[in-house]
Design a protein around this ligand. Structure first.
Ligand code: ADP
Ligand code: ADP
Length: 229
């Protein structure tokens, strides 16, 4: 069974005469633990696809399923997903620990369990020695890792990344890419990663979805997608 399925997904923004269809019937089956990168020119619908999985945009027609559950009608909080954005807003007045624990606290996860999960995430992300710091006392790379930590403590079934590296300088981007690879190796969470950077796509993807004007143009391994004729 696929971990994540798109079944003839259509998205229109606006209503009636002003409606603008931007996703034209996308279908794809993504396997459990698979790391998928979505590429394509600006405006082709990458972000819209991700936002529909997250429940931040409604699906106009078709279905999105996580495991066996069709999630179209579920609230974002009811979907078993976590999303990492390019503008990772940490709560400035909270420590690293509190930032990572916050979503779990809201979800009423027991305190002991919160501590176990945050400690585990901190270990993987090498944040263990920074748990009492405030965001302003961290480097850009450390903040980015806290943002990822906040997502992984939820133990989501699906991980969504919306160009999380695009605001970082080249060195930090390369370093964070390695961290994401390590995370995926250790946790094996099914992932959708949007980027317009071919290097990121080549190094991170098990398979790549190439979007163009709201249509899935290609879906294959990096070798298949980037092979020169
Ligand atoms: P990408 O992430 O590939 O740059 P988007 O998913 O952001 O593409 O956008 C796809 C299309 O949908 C674009 O034509 C964009 O202008 C349009 N669009 C995106 N968000 C909205 C919105 N909230 N309302 C209306 N149109 C939107
Ligand atoms: P998460 O990363 O856990 O998804 P969100 O950024 O979605 O967290 O915010 C979760 C909730 O926390 C939202 O209802 C939001 O309004 C609230 N929130 C936002 N900023 C702060 C803040 N500085 N302190 C406390 N709560 C905040």
């Amino acid at each position: 069974m696929a971990a994540l399925s798109f079944r003839n997904v259509i998205k229109r923004y606006g209503h009636g005469a002003k409606a603008n269809q931007v996703i034209h019937g996308v279908s794809a089956e993504i396997a459990d633990r698979e790391f998928i990168v979505i590429v394509g020119p600006s405006g082709c619908g990458k972000s819209t696809l991700l936002r529909m999985v997250a429940g931040l945009e409604e699906v106009s027609a078709g279905e999105i399923a996580i495991g066996k559950r069709v999630v179209n009608q579920l609230e974002p909080a009811e979907r078993d997903i976590a999303m990492v954005f390019q503008n990772y807003a940490l709560y400035p007045h909270m420590s690293v620990f509190q930032n990572m624990a916050y979503g779990l606290k809201i979800a009423k996860v027991p305190v002991d369990e919160i501590k176990t999960r945050v400690d585990k995430a901190a270990k993987i992300l090498e944040l263990g020695h920074l748990l009492e710091r405030k965001p302003r006392e961290l480097s850009g790379g450390q903040r980015q890792r806290v943002a990822m930590g906040r997502a992984i403590v939820r133990q989501p079934q699906v991980f969504l990344f919306d160009e999380p590296l695009s605001n970082l300088d080249a060195k930090l981007r390369a370093q964070t890419r390695l961290e994401i690879q390590k995370l995926h190796r250790e946790l094996g969470i099914t992932s959708l990663f949007v980027t317009h950077d071919q290097v990121e796509a080549m190094t991170l993807a098990q398979r790549i979805i190439v979007m163009n004007a709201g249509v899935m143009d290609q879906f294959g391994t990096p070798e298949e997608v980037y092979a020169r004729p």
